[in-house]
Design a protein around this ligand. Structure first.
Ligand code: SF4
Ligand code: SF4
Length: 146
């Protein structure tokens, strides 16, 4: 599965674009998180790797901006269990084990759309990494999030 970030401009939010694309392409689009109001918004969604190209193309043809967020990785060798990331994570994707080691739940994490823990970690033990899999290089080139 690959995660994509959809940016909806104000004039698009009233249109059922996501459901149209699910029906047209028959692609399962799993919404991870959505922040949309009358002025526009963003949806973080997960789709099968093999459906990436056609799904991105379909959203862009309807005027939706699409980017590929990076994922977060924690290097336990660099971590000294200060707890900063645990206290700052807005979705409780990071917790501390009884032995003080950091436990990271990738399913909960919204990736580089957040990056609060990456910026806060004093030892740089947390990094943003590109998503692997069958991501089309042309798609990445057009819009890769920092
Ligand atoms: S902020 Fe960095 S050093 Fe502190 S617990 Fe998290 S990963 Fe470890
Ligand atoms: S990037 Fe954000 S959501 Fe993901 S683990 Fe870090 S603080 Fe939590």
């Amino acid at each position: 599965m690959v995660r994509i970030l959809l940016h909806f401009a104000e004039e698009l939010v009233e249109q059922p674009i996501t459901s149209q694309i699910i029906l047209e392409l028959r692609v399962p689009i799993n919404i991870i998180i959505a922040h949309v109001n009358s002025k526009g918004g963003e949806i973080l969604a997960e789709i099968p790797d093999e459906a990436l190209d056609k799904t991105v193309k379909a959203f862009r043809e309807k005027g939706v901006e699409v980017s590929i967020p990076k994922l977060i990785e924690v290097d336990s060798e660099e971590c000294f269990s200060c707890g900063t990331c645990v206290s700052l994570c807005p979705v409780e994707a990071i917790s501390m084990d009884k032995d003080g080691s950091v436990v990271f739940d990738r399913e909960k994490c919204v990736g580089s759309t957040c990056s609060v823990c990456v910026d806060a970690c004093p030892t740089r033990a947390i990094k943003s990494v590109k998503q692997l899999g069958t991501i089309n290089k042309a798609v990445l080139k057009r819009k890769q999030m920092k």
